[in-house]
Design a protein around this ligand. Structure first.
Ligand SMILES: Nc1ccn([C@@H]2O[C@H](COP(=O)(O)OP(=O)(O)OC[C@H](O)CO)[C@@H](O)[C@H]2O)c(=O)n1
Length: 339
């Protein structure tokens, strides 16, 4: 982990690869990133296979650490990207979904600026899509969206920069009403690849076939067409674009079990637009990173839920004309993202 210091006019940074960076200028703007908080007012537990500890109650304290740090930044974040799974699915069983969501939103409200909420699988374990649309998690309300009820929208926090939030459960069996066309399509797709009775059980692990599980999802053609259109506009304006989704889309930025169903379609769109500089996701609690052949940084953020209480899992990103500098905390590494 690198050292990082801010003073009146300098940012000094040693990235994971030992790259030294010293900048005389202030960043154009900064933003916070955090993933897979999965808060529940429950004792510690484990993942499905019993191999990884999950710190349900502590996750709220780790969010509090992040908020405090963001509030103390000299150039305070313009916004925070919450990369999905903000509360754990187990809340539903305890009738605690609303209470848990309120606890997390109150915590965000203490210090953080605007928060852009990405929707993950645990959102759909707790709420229906229509409930989410009328909840505090609908951060895209009023903006240009990919379609009715699709939580995909874009915003520009500063001239020359655009962020696109994608809905990775648009095409999914947990994010869609049964009997809807998208549910039918998603069900056919997953059944074509996964013969298991429990569709959360991967069909295998070779060639990323394991991604066809129910806790993953994908992007409808409608959303892909919309994304292409947004990126065309960004190309024309010579903007730099960061695309975010709960589920990663590059096979080398994540364990294959956490990859989006139709990741290849998203990748071919991203790679055909020179405006795209970075793709950020959560979902894989171990995190990941890959710089693809088009120069797009694929960053998968380590999840708060599997982070021990004496550590941390959040980042602050300092944005410059030619680079973003991620200052990670705890399990999250510092990274220099040149573009
Ligand atoms: N083999 C499995 C695995 C999982 N399940 C059930 O599926 C639901 C989602 O699993 P969960 O691990 O909670 O999903 P996360 O989004 O937190 O994490 C994704 C990756 O695992 C992180 O690396 C849950 O109900 C599991 O019980 C299953 O039935 N069979």
């Amino acid at each position: 982990m690198g050292q990082f210091h801010t003073s009146a006019h300098s940012v000094k940074h040693a990235t994971q690869d030992g790259v030294q960076l010293e900048d005389g200028a202030d960043p154009l703007f900064t933003f916070g990133v955090i993933a897979d908080i999965q808060y529940a007012d429950l004792d510690d537990g484990f993942n499905f296979h019993g191999t990884r500890k999950r710190y349900y109650r502590s996750s709220l304290r780790l969010l509090c650490n992040a908020n405090r740090r963001w509030a103390a930044e000299r150039v305070r974040p313009s916004f925070v990207l919450q990369l999905g799974d903000v509360i754990d699915g187990s809340n539903r069983r305890h009738g605690a979904s609303q209470r848990a969501l309120r606890a997390v939103m109150d915590e965000f409200g203490n210090y953080a600026p605007a928060v852009h909420h990405v929707w993950g699988n645990h959102e759909f374990y707790n709420f229906s899509r229509s409930e989410l649309l009328s909840s505090a998690l609908n951060s895209g309300a009023g903006g240009d969206r990919a379609g009715d009820g699709v939580h995909a929208y874009h915003f520009s926090p500063a001239p020359g920069f655009r962020f696109v939030v994608l809905d990775a459960y648009d095409l999914s069996v947990i994010g869609r009403e049964r009997r809807s066309d998208k549910y039918e399509l998603a069900f056919k797709l997953i059944k074509a690849h996964n013969p298991n009775r429990n569709l959360n059980e991967p069909p295998g692990y070779r060639h990323w076939i394991g991604r066809f599980v129910q806790f993953n999802g994908g992007f409808s053609q409608e959303q892909l067409d919309w994304l292409h259109g947004v990126l065309l506009g960004a190309d024309e304006k010579k903007e730099k674009v960061v695309v975010v989704s709960h589920i990663p889309v590059h096979p080398l930025s994540t364990d294959g079990i956490c990859l989006a169903w139709n990741y290849d379609k998203v990748l071919s769109i991203l790679n055909s637009h020179k405006s795209v500089v970075c793709f950020m996701a959560g979902h894989d609690h171990d995190g990941g990173y890959y710089l693809d052949t088009s120069g797009i940084h694929h960053l998968t953020l380590e999840g708060v839920i599997e982070t021990p209480p004496d550590s941390d899992a959040f980042g602050t990103v300092y944005v410059y004309e030619d680079k973003m500098v991620l200052k990670g905390n705890g399990r999250i590494s510092d990274r220099l993202l040149m573009y």
